[in-house]
Design a protein around this ligand. Structure first.
Ligand code: CA
Length: 245
């Protein structure tokens, strides 16, 4: 396992986080590399599975965007091989109509997946989301998640707003952590009920709204004009990312 840099995700370090794009189709790769660079990332291309493994060993990227349809190797084997050597975030790219779902992706060790044809801005949002989920420091511990002025440490289950520690109940913490892991994206009510309350919820989800209300109060969020937790009526909630570029 290689060590990750200690730079905060998206921080203005030398050129930003490094993305390795594994893609054999130039018509997809070239505009996407350009879009990544415009968005503040460093980006390198590997057109084959073998190139990808060599490049990842050499350059220790922050994120690998891995097309599964490669000319020389099965992309799933490439994914397994990367994961056996590194904790780097992996986003799998699958062609529409192929049988690769989230479960298969997770079994292979991927962090997320997107389906072609994809919208560039959507993939870049996914890359930012996996970077925010936190990386490991030298001792293998996950570093705290940082969203706006919040720091959320999943390991010790502690949360700070600016420098003040917040006193959250177990469910409030679980809810905030779940939203933070997908910060900048709407997490549906169903996902929250299933992930935080561990239940397939077919009845009332009023308990969710009650906990969101308590969490907002502790965050100092005004429910009528929230700056942390945005309500998407009838869909779910989003932990808002402050300074998205
Ligand atoms: Ca391909």
């Amino acid at each position: 396992m290689h060590e990750f840099s200690n730079a905060a995700p998206g921080a203005a370090t030398e050129g930003g986080p490094l993305v390795v794009l594994v893609e054999d189709e130039r018509s997809i790769a070239e505009p996407f590399l350009a879009a990544l660079r415009r968005s503040g990332f460093r980006a390198e291309l590997a057109p084959t599975g073998r190139d990808a493994l060599a490049l990842i060993r050499r350059s220790h990227p922050d994120v690998v965007l891995l097309d599964l349809g490669l000319p020389d190797m099965d992309g799933r084997d490439v994914c397994r091989q990367i994961r056996s050597e590194s904790d780097v975030a992996i986003i799998m790219v699958t062609a529409s109509g192929t049988v690769t779902d989230r479960v298969v992706g997770l079994e292979l060790g991927a962090d997320d997946y997107v389906v072609k044809p994809f919208a560039t801005h959507e993939v870049i949002a996914r890359i930012r989301a996996v970077l925010r989920r936190g990386r490991r420091d030298e001792t293998g511990q996950r570093e705290p998640l940082a969203v706006q002025d919040l720091r959320i440490d999943a390991g010790s289950r502690r949360v700070w707003r600016a420098d003040a520690e917040l006193d959250l109940t177990r469910k409030e913490f679980d809810l905030l952590l779940r939203l933070a892991r997908d910060a900048g994206r709407v997490v549906t009510r169903e996902e929250l009920m299933s992930d935080v309350w561990d239940t397939n919820w077919f009845g009332s989800t009023k308990t969710l709204d009650v906990h969101i209300g308590w969490l907002r109060r502790k965050l100092g969020d005004d429910p009528d004009a929230p700056t942390y937790i945005r309500t998407v009526r009838g869909v779910g909630f989003e932990l808002v990312v402050g300074d998205e570029r």
